[in-house]
Write a protein that binds this ligand. Structure first.
Ligand code: PA5
Length: 446
């Protein structure tokens, strides 16, 4: 069974199909760009030239990795969110009762308290640390690397490199130098594969493989969506990712500046954060873009859904369901009369019914909605969805005339933080920071 995009409620309210016509005609020139960039190797998330190397280099590492009960991932942003989404979707055992391992811990913050809680409880001898950074120089990740390296060294002395793997650029960056210096096992993040497009490389797949997730199926699913684009770029106009991009851009042009990612596959909820980062960092440029709003069905029906339904009419919605949800156990026939309509029904019928109800309510309340209907919810389906969304993000960026692969705006905060920490070479930032902090405070206590 194929996965489907259901369009009947997508061009509604302030949006009509004709609003996307001027975007769809751009398919011809964008197809040429796609052909050029794929053949120049500039879109490796799509062409996946790294797959054969990964298939060769990762499996030999797995026995050593799986010999440990714990994996501690150090990474942030695109170097963390894909792994977390896959863990939650396909190996969420450690959040439930009776789990006997393996355990994956993703340290994607600089919370000293949480970090101490991890290091004080984990046994270094039973932990494989995986330090993931494409640039090899991200301060949040590197600072954790230094602390964890000392933690490993303190416990196992010169043998510490056996418990560390790095995933980083093939040639550049501090982490790559560290790998060389200490003879650390390493896997590559290929050229042009930016963080938020890298979940289906070693970045996300090494943690996935540790958890026993079928990482080849994730790649197969992604390849099935990418293949027509990579092999026949001239068919761009017919590809669902391009249709999605045209819709997303048309939404923005009609003052829908928020895009809800409403996930009615509850175990896939963490894909909401993965998508939000992909979409926001790729498309928030030059005063443009739509704010991604991740939400989970049915939980958020009792939370932010009120705002979706009755707040500003500025939202479109990607509404995600799966036909393969486990229906679960059924209600007994002895329910009280008041609830008799549930007798014999499977618990899963609630999710289906509430998804229909919420979809219709959104449609009736001014929210253009594209229903992404997955045939099932296995790793192959997830790989297909990830590729669809990554490709759609890039094409939306092209339609906006911005670069969806960079993130220049976030650099300022990083430079100022470096200046604050006393790093060399930030004279102007130090001065700017001093000016900023010199502004008299207007404080109110509570
Ligand atoms: O998507 C991106 O490019 C970013 O979110 C990065 O993943 C994040 O900044 C971490 O970068 P790096 O992998 O270089 O440490």
């Amino acid at each position: 069974m194929p996965h489907t995009l259901e369009w009947s409620r997508a061009y509604t309210h302030r949006l009509s199909p004709s609003d996307a016509e001027h975007l769809k005609v751009k398919a011809v020139s964008l197809a040429k760009r796609l052909a050029k960039e794929t053949s120049a190797g500039e879109l490796p998330f799509l062409t996946m030239p790294y797959r054969s190397r990964l298939e060769k280099e990762m499996p030999p590492l797995l026995p050593r990795v799986r010999a440990c009960k714990h994996m501690l991932v150090l990474g942030i942003g695109g170097s963390a969110l894909g792994a977390r989404a896959m863990q939650q979707a396909f190996a969420s055992g450690q959040d439930g009762p009776g789990h006997a391992g393996p355990w994956l811990w993703i340290a994607d913050n600089v919370c000293a308290e949480r970090f101490e809680a991890l290091l004080s409880k984990l046994n270094p001898a039973d932990t494989m640390v995986v330090c993931i950074s494409k640039s090899g120089g991200t301060i949040e990740t590197l600072s954790q690397y230094f602390l964890v390296r000392a933690w490993l060294q303190a416990s196992m002395g010169e043998a510490w490199p056996e418990h560390m793997i790095v995933v980083t650029d093939i040639a550049k960056g501090y982490l790559r130098e560290e790998a060389g210096r200490h003879n650390l096992a390493s896997l590559d993040v290929p050229d042009y594969l930016g963080g938020r497009y890298s979940a289906l490389s070693a970045v996300g797949l090494l943690p996935a493989a540790f958890l026993g997730i079928d990482w080849q199926a994730l790649l197969d699913g992604a390849a099935s969506v990418a293949q027509p684009l990579a092999q026949t770029p001239e068919s761009l106009a017919d590809h669902p990712s391009f249709a999605l991009a045209c819709w997303a851009r048309a939404l923005e042009e009609h003052a829908y500046n928020q895009l809800i990612f409403f996930c009615y596959i509850p175990q896939w909820a963490a894909y909401g954060d993965w998508f939000a980062q992909l979409w926001a960092e790729s498309l928030g440029k030059e005063g443009q873009g739509t704010q991604p709003v991740p939400a989970t069905g049915v939980t958020d029906q009792h939370s932010i859904n009120q705002m979706f339904l009755s707040g500003p009419r500025n939202k479109g919605c990607l509404f995600l369901t799966s036909d393969g949800q486990d229906p679960g156990r059924s209600f007994g026939m002895d329910l009280p009369d008041k609830w008799s309509w549930l007798k014999g029904k499977p618990f899963g019928s609630l999710l289906e019914a509430e998804a229909v109800g919420t979809r219709m309510a959104l449609c009736k309340n001014g929210v253009p909605l594209l229903h992404v209907r997955m045939a099932d919810n296995g790793p192959q389906a997830a790989g297909a969805l990830m590729m669809l969304l990554e490709a759609a993000t890039v094409f939306t960026g092209w339609l906006m005339d911005i670069n969806p692969l960079d993130q220049p705006a976030v650099e300022l905060g990083k430079r100022l933080a470096n200046a604050r920490l006393g790093a060399q070479g930030y004279t102007q930032e130090e001065k700017d920071l001093a000016d900023y902090l010199a502004v008299p405070k207007e404080e109110q206590t509570f």
